[in-house]
Design a protein around this ligand. Sequence first.
Ligand SMILES: Cc1cc2nc3c(=O)[nH]c(=O)nc-3n(C[C@H](O)[C@H](O)[C@H](O)COP(=O)(O)O)c2cc1C
Length: 151
Amino acid sequence: MKTLLIVFHTGGVKTAQMAEAVERGARTEVGVTVIVKRCAEAGPEDLLAADGLILGTPENFGYMSGMMKDFLERVFYACEGKVNGRPYALFVGAGQDGSGAVTSVERIILGLRLNKVHEPIIGLKELTPQTLQNCEELGAAFAAGLAMGVF
Ligand SMILES: Cc1cc2nc3c(=O)[nH]c(=O)nc-3n(C[C@H](O)[C@H](O)[C@H](O)COP(=O)(O)O)c2cc1C
């Protein structure tokens, strides 16, 4: 059984709602164990044990949230070279931009050599049903890909 790890931070509710939608989609795939953790609760052992990773963060000051950066700082050296090629995706809750969060996460993910299998989803302003549906579809497609071994 493959394991999908979803790690996210929220300072309010928006990124949490996106995470719930991603999780809902992922759980439609029965062949995958889905683990959801807040950044503060997750560590290198979680990433090492996962076959795939989906990250979720708000954009704060043109960057990923501080809690997401803390998570990535804690896992980086413990996981570097041990997770090469594993699939990864990202969702971002933002006010009017979101690109700074994407760039900052992707730069670190490049060092971890994870394999981006889906374009980032950026939820701007008020969350729309369409964005939540996109998040749900991301979770479902990611989990299905893991279960079928296509990544
Ligand atoms: C301290 C702070 C800094 C922010 N900086 C940005 C920013 O640089 N770009 C942007 O698009 N939104 C920015 N926002 C808006 C948040 O990204 C947006 O409200 C997001 O949906 C919050 O997600 P959350 O409810 O999961 O915490 C900022 C919000 C806060 C509180």
